[in-house]
Structures are given as C-alpha cells and as structure tokens.
Ligand binder design. Structure first.
Ligand code: ATP
Ligand code: LTN
Length: 328
C-alpha cells in the first residue's frame, strides 16, 4: 500500500487553514493508504514555546487529529519527539544540505524577517522535515501550498543521498488540494491564515465557539464592491471566503456565484458563517469527548510503537550506507 505522511506543528490553535489545506486530506487518504500523521513538536520549538503551552498544544493537536476523523486503527498518530530517529536522521540530512538551499526557503525568510536573533533550528528546519518523510519512505505528502518548497528540497535531498550512497530513498510527491491550498488571513488577504498570527481575528480556530466564528467572519475584510465572484487577483478577500465556503458547504465556486448573484456580501457572509459553524460543531464535540477521556496518551503511545521499528531500520540502513561503524 502506498504510504502517506504529514505533520502539523503544535505552535498554537489549529486553524481552518490547517483543516482545509491539510487535515481534510489526511482523513480522506487514510482509507486508501498506509498513513503516518505526526504532531511535529521538534519543529514547533524552532520558535520560542512556553513548556506548559507546548505540552498542552501537543495533546490538543493530536486530539484534533482524532476529532477531525483520523482513525487510530487505520493511521498511526504520534508525536515526533517520541521517535528519536527523527532528530538523528535530521542531523544526518543537515550535513547533506547546502546553506544556499536553506537561504532560499520562503518560510525561513518570512519567519526571520525583522528579528534581531533567529535560532539556527529555524534555518535547518527543512532538513528535519525531510527526515520525517524519508524515515518511512513515504510516497505522498498531503500539505498546503506553503510547504511545496520544503517538499522540493526533500526530493533533492533524497536524490542527493541516492546518488552518493546508492538508491535507497523513495522520492515523495506533494498532495495539495486544488481549492483551499492557501487559505488567506481574514484581515489581510495577502498573507496566509496562520495559527501563530498575534491577531486572533485573522484566523478561525477549529475550537472557536460559534459566536466567535460568526463575529470573525462578519468582520472579515472585503472589497468595496458587491459581487460574489471568484477572482483571486482582483477580489482576493471575497475569493478567499468563497474557497472556505466551497469546502464547508461541499459546493463548487460557480454554484456559490449563482447562489448569491445580485445579493451583495451580507447574505453570503452570514451563510458562510453558518456553514463553518456546522462543519466545526461535530469536530468540537468529539474533541471535548477525547480530551475528557484522556485517551490521547494511549493513542500517541500506540502510534509511536507502531512506527518505531520502521524508523529505526531506516536510520540503521542510512548510517550503514554513510559509513558509520555500527555498534555490536
Ligand atoms: P505556523 O503559523 O505556526 O507556522 P501554520 O498555521 O502555518 O503554523 P503548520 O503547522 O505549519 O501551520 O501547517 C500544518 C499544515 O497546514 C501544513 O500542511 C500547511 O501547509 C497547512 N496550512 C497551514 N496554513 C494553511 C493555510 N492558510 N491554508 C492552507 N493550508 C495551510
Ligand atoms: N513543515 C511543516 C510541518 C511538517 C511536515 C513534516 C509536513 C514537519 N514535518 C513532514 C509534511 C511532512 C509545516 O510547517 N507545516
């Protein structure tokens, strides 16, 4: 069975962007693929995290995986730091990565812009992501549009390793949704919706209560026109809201255009809020159940147990190929 792998950082409250861009595909792919879904806590610490918040968010993200419909009997759900081979292969791949490649990464440029001191982890982050993927020889990587460049680097590193040390790694392909691969900020359609944005009005968190969702969407920026038309270049705000609508209501963009012809933005935004609320309510109920049951610890332990053997085998093979003296 082809393998799918992806990760989400426990760096804040998950947003509708994470859900539409990535998690919805996780749920879909678990039916047809062998799946590995990680809470990438080692990636989250590339920017400062409060220890108590990191622990809480790690449990929260793992619980949201399950609440969104990832079934731990079909997919392995685990915390990256519970499988130490990730950090170790990350280091080995860092030594194969060129500084120039890392300097070109737009996520690094965005996250380091304007900062006086930037941790080295933020810079070498893509090599750790490559390790996540290559440890399991994953074939398909469901991610949002912003991760395309990191995935290109993963492919280059796999090819570089294979040409230096002999064919070993599978070259992974991205799996990116056609609509909704880049959900934009509600207050600024030139920036992607992001859980680490300091303005909570810029995103819909998956755990926002219904009234907060309604308020945030009614305040979402729109242009001064009236037409509900999909045109990301000229009407980026409305087009962004239409992508969200399409996902939550399960309709096409042209169906939305027909539905709101001649009606202006008011009715559209009101209905949009109800579709988002209806999408998130079942997830929120399930989330509350999972958190109060305490089951997530066992799910994460089971996930790490399921994947560790495969990860350790890859690490051993890689070390052997690179010329490390193996113990014993
Ligand atoms: P941070 O703001 O902390 O960098 P993030 O919100 O960008 O976090 P990640 O954990 O980096 O979230 O991303 C998890 C997954 O969600 C990735 O596959 C990413 O591509 C996807 N994703 C994140 N934001 C969006 C978005 N606005 N639209 C579509 N997909 C997104
Ligand atoms: N870099 C990704 C998170 C991530 C990931 C991965 C995604 C870490 N490891 C492996 C896919 C596969 C991000 O910032 N969203």
């Amino acid at each position: 069975m082809p393998r799918v792998l992806s990760g989400i950082q426990p760096s804040g409250q998950l947003t509708l962007g994470n859900y539409i861009g990535a998690m919805q595909n996780f749920v879909k792919l678990q039916e047809t693929h062998e799946c590995f879904f990680m809470v990438v806590d080692l990636h989250a610490i590339t920017v400062p995290q409060e220890p108590a918040a990191l622990r809480e968010q790690t449990e929260s993200v793992a619980s949201l995986f399950v609440a969104a419909g990832i079934d731990p009997t079909k997919a392995s759900i685990f915390a990256q730091s519970h499988v130490s081979a990730h950090a170790e292969l990350g280091w080995l791949l860092t030594t194969l990565t060129y500084i120039g490649e890392l300097e070109r990464m737009t996520q690094f440029k965005d996250k380091s812009a304007g900062k006086d001191s930037v941790g080295a982890g933020l810079f070498v982050y893509p090599a750790l992501m490559a390790a996540d993927i290559l440890l399991y020889n994953a074939d398909l990587i469901p991610v949002g549009d912003d991760q395309k460049q990191h995935l290109e680097l993963t492919r280059d590193l796999a090819q570089r390793f294979n040409s230096r040390y002999g064919d070993y790694f599978t070259i992974p392909d991205p799996y990116i949704p056609k609509v909704g691969a880049r959900i934009m900020s509600l207050d600024d359609a030139s920036k992607k919706m992001s859980k680490s944005n300091p303005n909570p009005g810029s995103y819909i968190a998956l755990l926002d209560p219904p009234d907060v969702i309604r308020k945030k969407l009614s305040r979402a920026t729109t242009d001064s026109g009236r037409e509900v038309k999909y045109n990301p270049a000229e009407k980026p705000e409305v087009s962004n809201l239409m992508s969200i609508y399409a996902h939550c209501a399960g309709v096409t963009l042209s169906e939305i255009e027909t539905r709101y012809e001649g009606q202006g933005y008011g009715a559209f935004k009101k209905d949009l809020a109800e579709h988002v609320v209806a999408t998130l309510e079942p997830l929120q109920h399930k989330y509350a159940e999972i958190r109060s049951s305490g089951a997530i610890h066992d799910i994460l332990k089971q996930g790490a147990d399921e994947v560790s053997e495969k990860a350790n085998r890859t690490l051993r093979d890689v070390k052997e190929r690179m010329g490390f003296l193996l113990p014993g």
